[in-house]
Design a protein around this ligand. Sequence first.
Ligand SMILES: Nc1nc2c(ncn2[C@@H]2O[C@H](COP(=O)(O)OP(=O)(O)OP(=O)(O)O)[C@@H](O)[C@H]2O)c(=O)[nH]1
Length: 220
Amino acid sequence: MEDYKFLFKVVLIGNSGVGKTCLVRRFTQGVFPKGQGATIGVDFMIKTLEVENSAGQREAVKLQIWDTAGQERFRSITQSYYRSAHALILVYDLSCQPTFDALNDWIREIQEYANPKVLKILVGNKTDRDDREIPVRVGEEFAKAHDMYFLETSSKQGENVEKLFYEIAAELIEQARQKGGLSRNHHNSSVTNLGMKNNISSFQSNCCSGGVGTNNNSSN
Ligand SMILES: Nc1nc2c(ncn2[C@@H]2O[C@H](COP(=O)(O)OP(=O)(O)OP(=O)(O)O)[C@@H](O)[C@H]2O)c(=O)[nH]1
């Protein structure tokens, strides 16, 4: 059996077409998929990583990464995945204003369905595009106002994708340590809030399959 100390569930949400599936594929498989369709329902992939903890020791962490469909018609399915998430990644497309405008609706979803103390990360994806509509500062301010960590990514070029997931893993380990021993399959139901939101600049310096129910694509 694979040896890992922590298992965390990370769920990606956001409008259809913002690049959630591509972020997951880039991270778990190292590819930018071409020509795949919209996610149907939910999908998940698994990746095991080694993360250095605050004591300088390396720890094996298994991330179960859930990719949800952005389309409205799947909302009742995807909502049911929020509750048990350790981290929620809310993604918008920085070249598409409506996907940013929709963030308030997504925040309401999170408030209604997720654990109140879930780790929340706002991600502006598609930094490679030259038709940006959302300035970095606007994304940052939204994140700050909603107690979220912030990062801009390109799943096409890979910019910040590893950083996104590694920092999430590191933060969740730290929370687990503070709570005194979250480990395999234990839901972190009472994580305390988050050094992350105070650490935007360091996170910032440098984040696509499916079926109703799930497809399990594993990549280690
Ligand atoms: N330029 C650019 N295009 C991207 C990037 N990430 C995704 N895309 C494109 O955006 C489109 C949508 O990507 P998906 O990953 O399928 O979007 P999604 O958020 O999973 O969409 P749903 O499954 O419908 O919720 C595709 O045409 C991708 O090629 C990126 O970083 N840069």
